[in-house]
Design a protein around this ligand. Structure first.
Ligand SMILES: Nc1ncnc2c1ncn2[C@@H]1O[C@H](COP(=O)(O)OP(=O)(O)O)[C@@H](O)[C@H]1O
Ligand SMILES: N[C@@H](CCC(=O)OP(=O)(O)O)C(=O)O
Length: 269
């Protein structure tokens, strides 16, 4: 039982592409439905909930019946623009089913570099949360140019989620991935890898031999998730990394259940 997780008031949940898109490339409607249910339930129970979602390019690929990312940046940006609106429509339908209101914010990292734009975004999020609206955030892929020096990926939402979480002083960041948590080695390459249930100090992060992307649609792999964990721990906050196979797991996380990997200063009890 992780008691420190049961008192979290402000929670950011990040879901990766691989949890939202089936291996076949089709949209995982059950995952979107269960995520909407869980976040609406948390909001109703009094938590302030923010969702950082990937999936715009994945949904765009599905909408255009493509099976792999085009190499051209403009093509990827076009797919993100196509997919983002479809993704929000899906979220809109499902969150409405559960009586929750949502809002969209598309951010770039530079928004946080300038005090005025940073303040405006943070004030907007505060105002939304005060209205019990769930902000849904993604990187603004169609205008993000600072991280497009590589050919196949955009900037990663793992670090964006940590930036948002630390900026709004969230108590907890939950990262939903295609893996059960942090292992001592990449389980996709090492079947005997062992799950690390607790990371209580940033120095322990070095134990895990984390590598980059492990799935067809994911981008950042474990490296960016550990950077997010470091940022949360440095801010004195908690992060849980767990499987997004059933996003209702977030309800277990905030109930203090021993699922995934918990990054936090206090010892589990
Ligand atoms: N030490 C490790 N522990 C767990 N997963 C690891 C580790 N090192 C590398 N990985 C890889 O990171 C992947 C998760 O990142 P990613 O594919 O970007 O997922 P997502 O789309 O959920 O963000 C895992 O599927 C796994 O293959
Ligand atoms: N902003 C991009 C996703 C970027 C990203 O970090 O993806 P992932 O590693 O699946 O969380 C999109 O919506 O397609």
């Amino acid at each position: 039982m992780r008691n420190a997780l049961t008192n979290c008031r402000r929670v950011v949940v990040k879901i990766g592409t691989s949890s939202l898109i089936h291996e076949s490339g089709r949209v995982n409607l059950q995952a979107i439905d269960r995520l909407a249910y869980a976040l609406a339930a948390m909001s109703n129970a009094g938590s302030e909930v923010v969702l950082v979602t990937s999936g715009a390019i994945g949904v765009g690929l599905a909408a255009q019946h493509l099976t792999s990312r085009p190499a051209a940046i403009a093509e990827q940006q076009a797919l993100a623009a196509i997919g983002q609106s479809s993704l929000m429509r899906l979220y809109g339908e499902r969150f409405t089913d559960y009586g929750a209101s949502i809002a969209q914010l598309l951010l770039t990292h530079d928004v946080f570099d300038y005090p005025a734009s940073r303040r405006h975004v943070l004030d907007t999020i505060d105002a939304l949360l005060a209205r019990r609206v769930i902000p849904i955030i993604n990187e603004n892929d169609s205008v993000a140019t600072d991280e497009l020096d590589h050919k196949t990926t955009f900037g990663d939402n793992d670090q964006l989620s940590a930036l948002v979480a630390t900026s709004i002083e969230a108590d907890l960041l939950i990262v939903l991935s295609d893996i059960e948590g942090l292992f001592d080695r990449n389980p996709k390459q090492h079947p005997n890898a062992a799950l690390i249930p607790t990371v209580a100090a940033p120095a322990e992060l070095a134990q895990a031999r984390a590598t980059g992307a492990g799935s067809r649609f994911g981008t950042g792999g474990m490296v960016t998730k550990l950077k997010a964990a470091s940022a949360m721990m440095a801010a004195g906050k908690q992060m849980v990394l767990c499987s997004g196979a059933d996003p209702r797991i977030v309800l277990k996380v905030v109930a203090g259940a021993d699922v995934g990997t918990w990054f936090g200063k206090e010892e589990a009890q």
